[in-house]
Design a binder for this molecule. Structure first.
Ligand code: ARG
Length: 468
């Protein structure tokens, strides 16, 4: 088997030879770690500062280290930095380059820390900023949905159960249901962020350090509430990443439901909604097509987030304390899920912002499926004082009659209706209009246009929209 000739310059003091080629391959994680360079350098800058302030490093060394680290950051950002796979990860690549730039002082940076707490703080900070990005995207999505809901506060459409037409609702009400869901998703990210926001840096390999460090200083410098209280926990748990993925997963599931509805609404059978050209594709063979690819891809990509969530949970299961190399593999699902979710959210925002609802088709659809049957039953309860069960029964017979005559409920004659229930009067016809049905649903959380308009107002204020 081929072996690289030299041992690792960072930890190979007691090694006389390098790793097997396949060992080097399985051991390195640079593809993932390249994404963590900014956090890694930020953490090192704060650590060096703290070491200096605590008298562990000289001011001269701290200055040299920090200047060197800023140089490394520049090189990575302008693309001149060469990542070396034999140096395994971002931590050793940065430190190695620092040594090339400033010489021996670079070796002092790793005092009172280990790669175990270093990687823990890097991925924590990365996940924290991913949470912030998701919260911002979710806000944009709520804005897009609320704007459409405002336009369509009184636009009638069929509401469904079992995907069967059930009762008339407004399109605005339907869209605001998603605003509620995405608002809870944002609050889940915010909650998780709170728990995440404690700093593991300085826990060292697993047991703490004998150097007189100030962990609260580095914690504050890196934007954390404070330092984690147990060194073993600090280096070995990834519950913050599990919470991120669980929340991302729920968000993705919500997105997949909305995506599926968009696929349905834009289908020829529904024609409730039209997407813009910017968010559809044509077919290479069928010139008439406008396919809802973005919605389909959002629906599909939700599976990758579920995959990432399950992957991390499975990875963590049964891991003994403290650090295990398994944890190196905890980073890719976090980064992959964040990338996918960010794209899904941004695409959904664009689609919702651009879509146009076809109010006439939606209104026409409310004339099919006897959507006001419940209103007829409620009307019988109210007008004749019947028990609801009995009213339900009578209504059922009237529906069968309309079915047989292939007409709408309001197209039956009063005589027809009275043949089922003699006490019915012509007032019942007002109740049978979808407009009246919707208007009457003023209970808290109901679909009445008045309610929807009030909810739109509440949301606009809550999410800081213009004109609130
Ligand atoms: N590359 C490692 C990771 O991502 C850094 C920590 C390595 N620690 C160790 N004891 N080998 O987890």
């Amino acid at each position: 088997m081929k072996k690289p000739s030299s041992s690792n310059p960072m930890w190979g003091g007691h090694y006389s030879q390098g790793p097997a080629e396949i060992m080097a391959q399985i051991n390195e994680c640079l593809d993932t770690d390249k994404r963590l360079y900014a956090q890694d350098i930020e953490g090192s800058l704060a650590h060096a500062q703290m070491l200096g302030d605590c008298g562990i490093l000289s001011a001269k060394d701290v200055k040299a280290i920090q200047k060197g680290l800023r140089q490394v950051l520049k090189e990575i950002e302008n693309g001149t930095f060469v990542f070396k796979t034999e140096l395994e990860d971002v931590h050793m690549n940065v430190e190695n380059r620092l040594a090339e730039l400033i010489g021996d002082a670079a070796g002092r940076l790793h005092t009172a820390r280990s790669r175990n707490d270093q990687v823990a703080v890097d991925i924590r900070m990365w996940t924290r900023s991913a949470m912030d990005r998701m919260i911002a995207h979710l806000h944009d999505l709520q804005v897009a949905l609320v704007a459409q809901a405002e336009t369509h506060a009184a636009t009638l459409m069929p509401g469904f159960t079992h995907l069967q037409p059930a009762q008339p609702i407004t399109f605005g009400h339907h869209l605001l249901a998603y605003v509620e869901m995405f608002s809870r998703d944002a609050s889940r990210f915010a909650d998780a962020r709170e728990r995440l926001n404690e700093c593991p840096l300085g826990a060292a390999a697993l047991a703490g350090t004998s150097f007189p460090t100030n962990r609260e200083q580095t914690a504050k410098a890196l934007g954390f509430k404070g330092a984690m209280r147990n060194s073993l926990d600090a280096v070995s748990d990834r519950d913050f990443a599990m919470e991120f993925l669980a929340t991302a997963n729920i968000t993705a599931i919500h997105l997949s439901r909305l995506a599926e509805e968009i696929v349905l609404w834009t289908s020829d059978a529904f024609r409730f909604v039209k997407l813009s050209q910017a968010f559809t594709t044509g077919s290479s063979i069928m010139p008439q097509k406008r396919n809802p690819d973005a919605a389909e891809l959002i629906r599909a990509k939700s599976s990758a987030i579920t995959g990432a969530n399950i992957q991390l949970l499975t990875l963590m299961k049964g891991l003994p304390l403290a650090y295990n190399k398994d944890l190196q593999e905890s980073k890719p699902p976090v980064i992959k899920a964040a990338d996918e979710l960010e794209m899904m959210l941004a695409a959904m925002v664009g689609m919702i912002h651009d879509m146009t609802a076809n109010a006439d088709t939606m209104r026409a659809a409310t004339d099919r499926g006897f959507l006001t049957a419940t209103d007829l039953a409620d009307g019988l309860v109210r007008a004749l004082g019947l028990p609801f069960r009995q009213a339900h029964h009578i209504t059922g017979r009237i529906v069968v009659m309309a079915e047989e005559k292939a007409c709408r409920l309001d197209e039956l004659s009063l005589k027809d209706m009275q043949s089922v229930e003699p006490k019915l009067t012509k007032e019942i016809f007002e109740i049978l209009k979808p407009e009246s049905a919707v208007k009457s649903r003023t209970s808290l959380g109901g679909t009445a246009p008045k309610n929807v308009a009030a909810e739109v107002k509440r949301w606009k204020k809550k999410i800081g929209m213009q004109g609130a």
